[in-house]
Design a protein around this ligand. Structure first.
Ligand code: NAD
Length: 472
């Protein structure tokens, strides 16, 4: 890392300031948008399995109350600190604005390496953290709604819901206090893979833009594109999988322990299973090993997808990155110095704050499902299937021709919950891509796609404050 005193929140502020010059808002409004509205820092004790006592440091930051509830994931990582949680909360505000999800940004973090704690200890930490949030009214379906992030998943979300429900007996909308829950606990189908799918939809849309592909010297479309992914967790695994299913070639993968490469392509599921069986992605049959997880970032490829943690590409290693298109699946994987290097080299960076918005978009669908207390598609699926069957029967009798069973099944099929979630996400990501690209094209002074995304976000949050009458 080249930046000695690197501040992630400082980097977000730097990007914000760069973009705010392209907006017309009063400096006071800009300051209100930029600052974190509330920061909750806590410490609580954990009795470990061996009987020792450890004090746990944790945070919840609500960056913006321009819309409520606030929304943002909870991260378990040894590197968690206030600056990081503030930065991630700010990114959530802009992310929600870009994809038209009516929430303010928030984020939570617990400073632990989850690998060093037993499931029982993790459960105690999660439940106590939830209790602390409840005490300060930092959680609730109408105030602040957490979700999974780095190091957390459905299991932790289920613990949060159980703790919240136990302390709010009879609250009918309690299930909406957290998203990313297991489907059996009020989760929505499609949430698990949503961020990776959103990354895929966003990058596919960029790859389908002839002018952009011409600039990058690549053919239009995803098929045949050579892709490298760093991080094979929730976001990285699903991003890689959707690219592979669409005909892209996954030539490089990186995990904690190192990187692997195979020019002919790596089967994502096979690598995932190999890691599960051996504890490492290294020594995967047919692939070349690289000792460092950062080696993957410097591989020759068409699309690079950092999907692990922030600050992995900075001013020092950016000049060695050979990708033509970078999709920020993780939050903040590039520093502002890296952005400048890529802008000069003509490499397009598709920014985190919109590219990884699939998770929050589908979290929004989950929250709506919880408040409406009904599964998507439940009311209309059978009705639509009956209507479609009638139409097919009419078509067959009018034309005198029989449709193949496969075609019939496709047309007749009424939408299930997962179909609706996927199509809602696809529409969201495609619209957001065009909105940002149009803002970029409308002003040739805007240097990169990240700045264009910030301009779109700042204008939406600014308008919201103005409409609230806070800044007449
Ligand atoms: P995760 O814990 O499921 O996966 C992260 C993976 O990265 C792990 O497998 C970990 O071993 C690996 N990793 C850690 N350091 C690495 C390194 N230096 N090199 C290579 N691999 C490394 O977390 P996730 O939910 O997939 O989140 C990943 C990123 O995506 C984070 O920045 C998170 O904030 C962001 N994000 C997640 C979601 C979501 O819905 N989960 C939504 C938006 C953004």
């Amino acid at each position: 890392m080249s930046d000695k005193h690197y501040s992630f929140f400082g980097a977000v502020e730097r990007s914000f300031d760069k973009a705010s010059k392209f907006t017309k808002w009063d400096p006071g409004i800009l300051e209100q948008i930029r600052e974190c509205n509330a920061v909750f820092q806590m410490r609580f004790p954990l009795k470990r399995d061996d009987g020792s006592i450890e004090v746990i440091e944790a945070y919840r930051v609500q960056h913006s109350h321009h819309k409520t509830p606030c929304k943002g994931g909870i991260r378990f990582a040894a590197e968690v600190n206030q600056d990081e949680v503030m930065a991630l909360a700010a990114l959530m505000t802009y992310k929600c604005a870009i994809v038209n999800v009516p929430f303010g940004g928030a984020k939570g973090g617990i400073k632990i390496n989850p690998r060093k704690y037993s499931p029982y200890e993790l459960e105690k930490i999660t439940r106590r953290y939830t209790a602390e949030l409840i005490k300060k009214k930092f959680i609730g379906p109408g105030t602040d709604v957490p979700a999974p992030d780095y190091g957390t998943g459905e299991r932790e979300m289920a613990w949060i819901l159980d703790t919240y429900s136990a302390m709010h007996p009879g609250e009918i909308d309690a299930a909406g206090c957290v998203t990313g829950k297991p489907v059996t606990q009020g989760g929505v189908r499609g949430r698990r893979e949503a961020t990776g799918l959103g990354v895929f939809f966003g990058l596919r849309e960029v790859c389908n833009m002839p002018d952009v592909m011409k600039r990058l010297g690549m053919p239009v479309g995803v098929e045949g594109k050579r892709v490298v992914v760093q991080g094979l967790g929730n976001v990285g695994y699903h991003s890689a999988k959707f690219f592979q299913d669409a005909g892209a070639i996954i030539i490089g993968l990186a995990e904690y322990e190192g990187s692997i490469m195979n020019d002919k392509g790596l089967d994502v599921d096979a690598v995932f299973n190999h890691r599960k069986a051996t504890g490492s992605i290294l020594n995967f049959p047919g692939a070349t090993n690289f000792a460092k997880n950062t080696d993957a970032l410097e591989m020759e490829c068409d699309i690079l997808i950092p999907a692990a943690l922030e600050n992995v590409i900075d001013g020092e290693n950016a000049p060695r990155v050979k990708a033509k298109l970078i999709g920020e699946a993780a939050n903040g994987p590039l520093t502002p110095d890296a952005d400048e290097v890529f802008a000069k080299k003509g490499i397009i960076v598709v920014p985190d704050m919109y590219l990884n918005a699939g998770g929050v978009t589908v979290s929004y669908f989950e929250w709506l499902k919880n408040l409406s207390h009904v599964r998507y598609g439940r009311m209309e699926k059978r009705f639509n299937e009956n209507m479609n069957t009638q139409i097919v029967n009419q078509m067959e009798s009018m034309s005198g021709k029989k449709m193949s069973e496969k075609d019939k099944e496709y047309i007749v099929h009424g939408a299930d919950e997962v179909d609706l979630v996927y199509s809602g996400l696809e529409e969201t990501m495609i619209s957001a891509t065009h909105e940002i690209m149009n803002a970029w094209k409308a002003n040739p002074e805007i240097p990169d796609m990240r700045t264009a995304a910030y301009v779109v976000a700042i204008n939406k949050v600014g308008t919201s404050y103005a409409e609230l009458g806070i800044f007449p």
